[in-house]
Design a binder for this molecule. Structure first.
Ligand code: BES
Ligand code: ZN
Ligand code: MN
Length: 503
């Protein structure tokens, strides 16, 4: 009998197997069983429904953003309130409200109107993302899945705008699929997605989508002096994996970005074992940074990114055992810096250090790291805003713009070097933990130590990786936060003009 859910025939990426079609049409197709129509406050109502504003007001529908009214007919018509003015994020939210209002319907159509200030391309992208992401469920291990998946999504628009819409739709599909892949990877229980397993997923994706994947095992990591990843892995019965992804555009690249992701497949805390509270049960998501990078890079070939990308996924679990690293141990990371381990639960920064040094060894215009790094970030910003720190204002601003475009919010914290002394160690070059306060800042200061002054930004997704309850296009569970943000950042990337702050 299998102790954990059967692994036979199990795939950690069920979303990739789910087949559905998204199409641009000139009128809503007969096969659609539910049609979404945006309604402004006091605006035009779809004539065929024969419903009036008096009737709608009588049941409390005022056209407020997120409000829906389902008209039972064949097909079902869903009025979705959109208030007075809409931006891209609200279009995505409205599409999600539509899909959530008719959970039993798989054949959906949306009548795409005009929205002042939002391009037709962005409309297409946002509608697709809103519908597909709101219907996502991780049900690979459920006997009876409760949510009806989308089988067909038709976007109806007049001919003149259909080409622009189709471009946005293709982008929306690529971005939604990336997020769903990142969600699948993070939602998969730790025993079913080990470091070795995620390396296999990466290799398969690289072959299928057309990007390079190189996998480094324990022996290779020893050879390379990756003492951070090896130190964290020391307590584990499972092998570590560093996975290097490379995406090269067909023409000469317009820039080079290096992405570094924390891939702790399960964070028990090591010898500083975490208490058995609810947070402990979410630590299968401690590889969300690595998952977001893998999903984003997998989308780049189809999007024709002109930016070249190298990705490092630093994968192991962090568990206690007789062979685990102890408090007081000193690790030597790639490049030779020594690190005193004051807390084995501050493991993310240890595995990231090796990769940040590797990132500086090759030409790059920017290093971006993404990690479920600190509980302090969750407490500072809650579950809806990620922490952002960096040494280059232009790169930080480009991350902020991508966050805005994708509605994956970030907020910058100061990289306050006055706190660097908290990381001083009496025995090593640096300690892996600062004082009890400003934990997100001291964690970033630790990472900065390894980027050799390259343009760099750090995204702390400890809060945003996980969602407690269903919310618009983010169902409860692992959110896949970062995949769409990174795609947007990479595809719009411009090298910084100031070349980073020298350390
Ligand atoms: N993976 C955790 C961070 C985390 C905590 C994410 C809670 C989401 C929710 C990380 O490895 C960790 O344990 N960080 C410690 C660092 C401390 C020991 C300096 C933390 O934040 O408590
Ligand atoms: Zn962790
Ligand atoms: Mn930890």
């Amino acid at each position: 009998m299998a102790v954990f859910a059967q692994k036979e025939g199990f795939t950690p990426t069920p979303s990739l197997d789910h087949k559905y079609s998204v199409e641009v049409v000139d009128s809503t197709p007969e096969a659609a069983t539910a049609i979404g129509v945006a309604v402004r406050r006091g605006g035009d109502l779809p004539p065929q429904t024969l419903v009036t504003w008096d009737e709608l007001n009588a049941v409390g529908f005022e056209g407020k953003p997120g409000q829906t009214h389902v008209i039972p007919a064949k097909p079902v018509v869903v009025l979705v309130g959109v208030g007075d003015e809409l931006d891209k994020a609200q279009v995505r939210d409205a599409a999600a409200a539509f899909a959530n209002a008719v959970p039993a319907h798989g054949s959906l159509a949306v009548a795409v109107g005009e929205v002042a200030g939002v391009s037709t391309e962005d409309l297409g992208q946002a509608v697709v993302e809103g519908v597909l992401l709101s219907r996502y469920r991780y049900d690979a291990l459920k006997t009876d899945a409760k949510t009806t998946p989308v089988s067909t999504l038709s976007l109806a628009i007049d001919d003149a705008r259909s080409e622009a819409l189709a471009t946005g739709v293709a982008r929306g599909v690529a971005c939604a699929e990336a997020t769903m892949l990142a969600r699948d990877l993070a939602n998969t229980p730790p025993s079913l997605l080990t470091a070795e397993d995620i390396a296999e997923v990466a290799v398969a994706l690289g072959t299928e989508r057309g990007f390079g994947v190189e996998v480094f095992d324990r022996a290779a990591l020893e050879e390379m002096g990756c003492g951070g990843l090896l130190g964290v892995n020391a307590g584990s019965e499972k092998e570590p994996r560093m996975i290097k992804l490379t995406y090269e555009p067909e023409a000469e690249p317009t820039g080079r970005v290096t992405l570094v992701g924390k891939g702790i497949m399960y964070d028990a805390g090591g010898l500083a074992i975490k208490p058995g509270d609810a947070v402990h049960a979410t630590m299968k998501n401690d590889m969300s940074g690595a998952g977001a990078i893998l999903a984003a890079v997998a989308a780049l070939p189809s999007l024709g990114s002109t930016t070249a990308v190298t990705g490092y996924l630093m994968c192991t679990d962090n568990v206690p055992s007789g062979s685990a690293m102890a408090m007081g141990d000193v690790l030597v990371v790639r490049g030779g810096k020594s690190v005193e381990v004051l807390n084995t639960d501050a493991e993310g920064r240890l595995v990231m250090a090796d990769a940040l040094v590797l990132a500086t060894e090759e030409p790059t215009d920017a290093i971006i790291d993404i990690a479920t790094l600190t509980g302090a970030c969750l407490r500072t910003f809650g579950a809806e805003i990620a922490g952002l720190l960096g040494n280059d204002p232009e790169i930080v601003e480009q991350i902020e713009r991508a966050a805005e475009a994708t509605d994956e919010p970030v907020w910058e914290l100061p990289l306050a070097r006055r706190y660097r002394r908290e990381l001083d160690s009496p025995v090593a070059d640096i300690a892996n933990m600062g004082g009890p306060n400003a934990g997100t800042i001291t964690a970033a200061l630790f990472l900065e130590e390894f980027v050799a002054g390259r343009p760099w930004a750090h995204i702390d997704i400890a809060g945003t990786a996980q969602n407690a309850a269903d919310d618009k296009w983010r169902p409860a569970g692992c959110t896949g936060f970062g995949a769409r943000l990174l795609i947007d950042f990479v595809t719009n990337f411009k090298p910084s003009t100031n070349g980073g702050t020298p350390s």
